[in-house]
Design a protein around this ligand. Structure first.
Ligand code: PLP
Length: 393
């Protein structure tokens, strides 16, 4: 007998993975240039040259030290560089003691949910949302409650949100720029969220933490602002990742930032460390603690994402698709041309377009297009999107 929960997680079908595998099989039949795979959020631009240069230099200079364990919370010099970088950009005064370096944002989130959860606690996410939140929250022993999407602009339906918050709510998760919608929450949305959370925390007599999941923080287009969330709400905990900004998803490097002014910050930080310990992470990869902290003021060349976004949004709207205005990340979330997004995704396959159904993100009636691909693939895919739309006329 094995854990039924883990068995379920390990054997559950992943629509995204299935699409990706289907794409590979299909490519063997029709040629890879004829399959338009928009399923995966793997960055398509290389990491800045300084990433490899620093890695090689460190490996040559100090090969023994770099392969050692680091402090569980991460190397102090690396944490100091992360703090300095944010302080320069946001006018804050963080120190290395506020950072806990993690195995990507996924581990950062797991550590935070593990740190905060007491029996009976709930976390709230806004649809559309990153499906792993449910796995991570439930893994910590809490329950995930999902606020239905506000499908015009994918901001927040505050009436629905207020109806879900109760005395068991321990935290609320925001992810902006958003996977899967590509939408950036406006400052007004975040300010309103902060004022609701402040009122609800007072009403229930305990802090409701705002967990800001920010792997796409730097991927934001001109005309859009990504405010520094801890400035807007005191009890914010930041989960960050270099997977997207530096195109390093396989190197597994991110951090938790517990700002010192957050409620019970000392205990929260210590509990994050405890959660990391209990999950067996020991420490995040040593080499990439150094490399990312030396490169944390840089990004990959993100301009290609903006170019891809513009190209797709303009073309899709002209063809009659409804697309909410994306402000960043590298995803679009158009409405499916029939209410059943799974059927729509199946129909798209007939045109060799691989689009992920929105149901898995809590927003049926939409599909996700991950446009972190070569621009010429998008150009070649446009007639397919047109043919797909025409097939509904
Ligand atoms: N949060 C969101 C919204 C994501 O899209 C992802 C990855 O795609 C993660 C967290 C996990 O990122 P990481 O690769 O740093 O674990």
């Amino acid at each position: 007998m094995v854990s039924q929960r883990m068995l379920g997680l390990g054997t559950a079908r992943s629509v995204i993975r299935e699409l990706f595998e289907y794409g590979k099989q299909r490519a063997a039949v029709v040629g890879p240039e004829n399959v338009f795979d928009f399923s995966l959020g793997n960055p398509s631009v290389p990491a800045p040259a300084a990433v490899n240069e620093n890695a090689i230099r460190i490996l040559k200079e100090d090969p023994e030290a770099i392969h050692c364990y680091t402090s569980a919370q991460g190397d102090a010099a690396a944490r100091r560089r992360f703090a300095d970088s944010l302080n320069r950009r946001y006018g804050t005064a963080y120190t290395e003691n506020d950072f806990y370096i993690t195995v990507g944002a996924a581990a950062a989130l797991c550590c935070v949910f593990g740190a905060l959860t007491c029996p009976g606690d709930e976390f709230v996410a806004f649809a559309p949302y990153f499906p792993e939140y449910k796995v991570f929250v439930e893994g910590a022993g809490a329950a995930l409650k999902v606020v239905p999407p506000e499908i015009e602009r994918f901001q927040i339906d505050f009436d629905a949100f207020e109806a879900l918050v109760n005395e068991h709510t321990k935290g609320v998760i925001v992810n902006s720029p958003n996977n899967p919608s590509g939408v950036v929450y406006s400052r007004a949305t975040l300010e309103k969220l902060a004022s609701v959370l402040t009122a609800k925390s007072a009403q229930y007599g305990h802090p409701i933490y705002l967990i800001s999941d920010e792997p796409y923080r730097e991927i934001v287009y001109p005309g859009f602002e990504v405010p520094w969330v801890p400035d807007l709400y005191r009890d914010t905990i930041v989960c960050y990742s270099f997977s997207k900004s530096l195109s390093l998803p396989g190197e597994r490097l991110g951090y938790v930032l517990v700002p010192p002014r957050a409620a019970d910050a000392g205990d929260v930080y210590a509990a994050v460390a405890g959660a990391g310990r209990s999950l067996g992470y020991v420490n995040a990869p040593s080499l990439f603690q150094q490399v990312t902290s030396l490169c944390c003021d840089m990004t990959s060349d993100l301009s290609v994402y903006q170019r891809n976004s513009k190209l797709l949004v303009n073309a899709l709207r002209e063809m009659g698709y409804h697309v909410a205005e994306p402000g960043g990340a590298f995803y679009l979330f158009p409405r499916s041309l029939e209410p059943d997004d799974l059927a729509f995704s199946e129909r798209a396959k007939q045109f060799d377009l691989l689009l992920v159904p929105g149901s898995g993100f809590g927003a049926p009636g939409h599909v996700r297009i991950a446009y972190c691909v070569q621009t010429d693939m998008i150009e070649r895919a446009l007639p397919k999107f047109k043919a797909l739309a025409d097939s509904y006329r």
